[in-house]
Design a binder for this molecule. Structure first.
Ligand code: ATP
Ligand code: MG
Length: 809
């Protein structure tokens, strides 16, 4: 691995193929969703890869619905998928393709496989087939039907196709190897009988191809050259290759298949081109789920308001929430393509969203939780209009089609944010208080004279005066107000409902608990501010406008819900800065904010929020561990020690002292030089993730974990690099220090070296550089992401940012 790799491993493979003239330099990729749900942010990663890779080398990409499962698919999903891909900014080649268009071709190939002796009809039940298949440690046994004659097999398959048999009475299987170490190769099913209606082929087929049979062959039929999929299909590759080698292209009648570019002769395996599959890591995002099955459960269970609920990680939900395609592309680019599964911190995504919106979102004033202010020295019934700029000066080139300013009204009655006033201000409170003066954004200084309460003692109004000499925000005597706050006119503003979204789950890894991800839903994921008021200028703005409500966050008007026409509804896309503070236990992420590791946690202003090594879920697990400690004085003592001596949080101590194996592992890892709390963090967050919750089922020796933690704590290795390394260590063991040394994974200290990468990245992206210089400053995130990728996360992001900004001028 070289220190400066400009391309991820997939792009490198494709670049090499293009350079060496494989397939005559032709590159055809595909995105193959199953139309059984909406696309989510994980799919966006696959889309950006499938389309992006092809686009970058002048190749092409098809969109294929892998619709082999009649009972879960729906044309409405096909439409939604197509819309989402276009929204992301990609266009597929030709018409949408469908695996169901290849049913006939697949069937013909299957008949030919029987003739060639590579497939047979089995009449065991699926349960028996499973039992005959053996286990990972035991070979399978042949079915009594495995040696049926070609004639009998053909006859049975034709009767299956003619609809003469009941569901489940027979299947077609590939004849491969019942002793294969790869279970997928133990005579896998190719067809099942299913008398079910298919949304495209209707009742034409009583048998349906299995996904594993259809998927790879569909790639071959289409002439796909590079087929990318996620890691869980690793074992399937051998089977897809086997099918390619044991089918004859000419047997499929491909001339009749519209759009098919694949093909070949009558020889076994003479497919041209021959698709090659490469696997990459799934994208998993903290605090949400990216599985259609789980997303569907959220929808059908009524936990959210449809697939496009703004809290959903679906593209439709993100769009409704106000996330732009550009934000998604910046994010995916920063995360990059990896070979090992990883979870990405939601802060990385939020960062990309802010980057993308900063330069395009006009600033307006909106008060979410209003408190009335009467300006006693301003005349009643008078409205003073003034011009206010939509963008601050540091946004160099706001969208050209947007006006520079809008008119805002100042009146005797105003509304300010309830939170911006304190009767007894704590130290450091830089807003309004009795006797104090603040600046009203784009208007005057305002001084609070008196507080009016209702019968219950609640503050309902502030009596204030303004200083007419401070118009525009400064006083001639040079006095400084306590701070600047936003406001609107009580009489001229418009009523709105602002919907504030928080993460959908309270747990960073809700699926870590296999049994009940729904138990981790965040009850406060939607807060509706129904008394909010906004400045009147927005009334005439085009739908879909993204705004920054000053001091509050980015918002977009909800297109689906108009609030009964009585008030506008706005969705908060993202708060302005992180309202979620960094994790406290080990100061993770300090200085790494440009990369995928800004860990964030509970909102500061919500009081008691679990600290970051906090609840990991699994309530039943907790009960079990409590029982174990009640039964074992040893475990109970360890819990106590972790709490008191090591100062671990309650949850960390709980998780690590629930059984002796885990506790011993933890102590072995933290006994040496490594910091115990850092080790606890890694064990709980990362090792648990990489081992599916079973921290002791790992090849990673406790000493090796300690060594890895020390490498990170001493800054020898960056956190993202260490996190990427971890699953490998869990899988295969090894000495982290040695691997880091051998593969050159250490942090790059030398800023001259980083500088040269920055220079190369800039020179490789002249168009982006020009766009940046024309004012698209959000692109700095793109460049930083490229440099981080080129250095495999090894550069110091702070240094990268500085250098990028310096070079771009
Ligand atoms: P889900 O588990 O959400 O149902 P899926 O893999 O079953 O996802 P498909 O419609 O088969 O959904 O996915 C289409 C493509 O998107 C596949 O190539 C798949 O590998 C890819 N993909 C799905 N989820 C992710 C993810 N989280 N990250 C990256 N790629 C993904
Ligand atoms: Mg799938």
């Amino acid at each position: 691995m070289s220190a400066e790799r400009p391309l991820d491993f997939i792009r490198q493979i494709v670049a090499d193929d293009v350079a060496s003239g494989t397939h005559g330099g032709r590159v055809l990729t595909r995105f193959p969703p199953e139309p059984n749900g909406y696309l989510h942010i994980g799919h966006a990663a696959a889309i950006c890869l499938d389309f992006g890779v092809a686009e970058e080398v002048g190749g092409r990409t098809t969109l294929r619905m892998d619709d082999t499962n009649p009972t879960t698919e729906d044309p409405a999903f096909v439409e939604a998928i197509a819309e989402d891909i276009r929204w992301l900014g990609f266009e597929w080649e030709g018409d949408i393709r469908y695996a169901s268009d290849y049913f006939e071709a697949l069937y013909r190939m299957a008949e030919r496989m029987i003739e060639d002796g590579f497939a047979y009809v089995d009449s065991l039940s699926e349960e028996e087939i499973r039992a005959y298949r053996g286990t990972v440690t035991e070979p399978g046994r042949p079915s009594p039907y495995r040696e049926r004659s070609v004639e009998e097999n053909l006859d049975l398959l034709r009767c299956m196709r003619a609809g003469e048999f009941e569901d489940g009475s027979h299947v077609l299987r590939a004849r491969i190897d019942l002793a294969a170490s790869n279970m997928k190769m133990r005579d896998p099913l190719m067809y099942r009988i299913r008398h079910a209606h298919h949304y495209r082929t209707g009742d034409e087929w009583p048998i349906y191809p299995m996904y594993d049979w259809a998927h790879g062959q569909s790639d071959a039929i289409e002439g796909i050259t590079h087929s990318f999929c996620t890691l869980e299909f690793d074992n399937n590759r051998e089977l897809y290759d086997w099918f390619i080698e044991h089918t004859r292209p000419s047997a499929s009648g491909l001339d009749e298949v519209p759009g098919a570019e694949g093909g070949g002769g009558d020889e076994l395996g003479s497919w041209n081109p021959r698709p090659r599959q490469y696997e990459f890591a799934r994208l998993n995002l903290d605090y949400t789920v990216v599985s259609k099955r789980k997303l569907k459960a959220l929808v059908t269970g009524g936990h959210v308001d449809g697939w496009d609920d703004p809290r959903m990680p679906t593209l439709a939900g993100l769009r409704r929430r106000g996330v732009t395609p550009e934000a998604i592309r910046i994010f995916i680019d920063q995360v990059g393509i990896a070979k090992a599964d990883k979870r990405v911190d939601i802060g990385t995504f939020e960062y990309a969203i802010r980057e993308a919106l900063n330069t395009v979102a006009p600033r307006v004033l909106c008060v979410l939780d209003p408190l009335r202010v009467v300006v006693e020295n301003f005349p009643e019934a008078e409205v003073e209009w003034s011009d206010a700029p939509y963008f601050p000066h540091d946004v160099e080139s706001p969208p050209g089609d947007w006006p520079d300013t809008r008119r805002i009204p100042f009146t005797r009655e105003l509304l300010i944010e309830r939170d911006d006033f304190r009767e007894h201000p704590p130290g450091g409170f830089r807003r309004l208080a009795p006797g104090r003066e603040v600046r009203l954004r784009h208007a005057y200084f305002l001084r609070c004279r008196d507080v009016v309460r209702d019968a219950a003692g609640e503050i309902v109004e502030l009596r204030c005066t303004y200083d007419p000499e401070t118009r525009g925000g400064s006083a001639s005597d040079g006095r400084k107000p306590a701070g600047t706050i936003h406001w609107v006119s009580a009489t001229e503003s418009l009523p709105v409902e602002a919907r504030l979204y928080d993460r959908l789950f309270a747990d960073p890894d809700p699926s870590g608990d296999r049994r009940e991800f729904l138990a981790h839903l965040n009850p406060d994921s939607l807060v509706r501010m129904t008394d909010a008021r906004i400045e009147p200028s927005v009334a005439g703005d085009p739908p879909g406008t993204h705004y920054q409500f000053e001091r509050q966050g980015y918002f977009v008007r909800d297109e689906g819900d108009t609030g009964n026409g009585e008030r506008l509804v706005f969705n908060r896309t993202v708060a302005l800065r992180d309202t979620w503070s960094r994790r406290a236990v080990d100061g993770a992420g300090a200085g790494d904010s440009a990369t995928a590791v800004v860990r964030e946690r509970g909102p500061r202003d919500r009081g008691a929020v679990a600290d970051d090594d906090g609840p990991i879920g699994e309530d039943t697990g907790r009960a079990e561990r409590d029982r174990a400690r009640a039964a074992s004085a040893e475990l109970a003592a360890r819990y106590e020690r972790y709490r008191t001596e090591l100062d671990l949080s309650e949850d960390a101590a709980d998780l690590l002292s629930g059984d002796l194996a885990t506790a011993d592992y933890f102590e072995a890892a933290s006994g040496g030089a490594a910091d115990a709390r850092a080790v606890a963090n890694w064990l709980i967050h990362e090792v648990r993730g990489a081992t599916d919750g079973h921290v002791t089922e790992t090849r990673l020796a406790p000493e090796a974990l300690a060594a890895l933690v020390t490498l990170v704590e001493t800054g020898t290795v960056s956190r993202p690099v260490a996190k990427e390394l971890l699953p490998r260590l869990v899988e295969s063991g090894g000495d982290p220090a040695e691997i880091v040394e051998r593969e050159g994974l250490g942090r790059i200290e030398d800023s001259g070296r980083i500088e040269s990468v920055v220079e190369r990245v800039l020179s490789e992206h002249p168009a982006e550089v020009a766009r940046y210089r024309e004012g698209q400053s959000a692109l700095s995130g793109f460049f930083i992401g490229q440099v981080m990728r080129a250095t495999e996360g090894r550069a110091d992001p702070g240094v990268v940012r500085e250098l990028v900004e310096e070079k771009l001028g």
